[in-house]
Design a protein around this ligand. Sequence first.
Ligand code: SF4
Length: 357
Amino acid sequence: MNNIYKRRKTREITIGSKRIGGNNPILVQSMTKNKFEQMDLLKDEIISLINSGCEIIRIAVTDSDSISHIRDLIREGFFENVPLVADIQFDCELAILALEAGAHCVRINPGNIGGPEKTKKIINKAKDLDSCIRIGVNSGSIDKKILNKFNNDCVSAMVESTLEYVRLFENMKFYNFKISAKASSVMDSIHVYKTLSEKINYPLHLGITEAGSKFAGAIKSSVGLGILLYEGIGDTIRVSLTDSSIYEVKAGYYILNSLNLRNYGIDIISCPTCGRTKSDLKAVAEEIERITANVAKPLKVAVMGCIVNGPGEAREADIGIAFGMKKAAVFVKGRILKRVEIEDVISEFTCELEKLI
Ligand code: SF4
């Protein structure tokens, strides 16, 4: 950990088996994409998310049928080690039913949950069951009255909407909650989260909402979340992508690992290739990425195209592959192990990886 980073102190809260805020690790979360009607696909997605390191899973709960589905999933043990957040929009009764069904947390949106009285009912239920609530403000669904009050200044309206709800929670003496205030604009998100972090000390769940496709969304999220995290702001993160939820988790860890805030999984260092590259380095790097997708142990792997920087980077890695003209040198923990034929690189890599994990 570098010493210029200073994490903002937040109140510690509990969500199922996990603690958030305080000195706890910044957690990576995601939201499922499959519907309850495609239960087999949804179950596969939940298992894949857990295998890829997802630490909190959110599921959209849209009607009373969803409630029996989440109850079944909980009973079948899917959320024994990874907490479930039921995402509720509009319907306060659904939030209460989701908590009764065993959801560890409900995400409610102040912009559409129906006002303070309905929110109080949810808070009382969460209190009774020792559950958690996420106040999830979103730039696309801010309360119109608050938006008008601030002349459509989205940042001020989001901050005000969040604080209004924080006061309500505090008045009810309920403190086991976290906050998200996501905008689709990176700059707005940064301003909202920075302002909130100066005013309150509840854990913040960071995200850029509706960030876009795999490529654009990962970049926007990296910039927005990266700036906030660097300033010590953020206790959990989600990278929202119009793509697989597994990519969301991977992107989340890449962001946290890049800032030395987590040390999770395989860090692949691969060169961009150039006119000196004699092998299909892209295919090798992608295959190594696929093979190592579910490895949680932090390891550095270098895949380099030629002798210019190849041996140097390969020596620095736990496993390094430096391609030459006709063969590739395999390094393990800084020492050259052997030179192998190009077509044997993947099998050699797999063999050495298995010894290390
Ligand atoms: S390591 Fe070699 S092949 Fe790769 S980009 Fe650098 S010079 Fe080109």
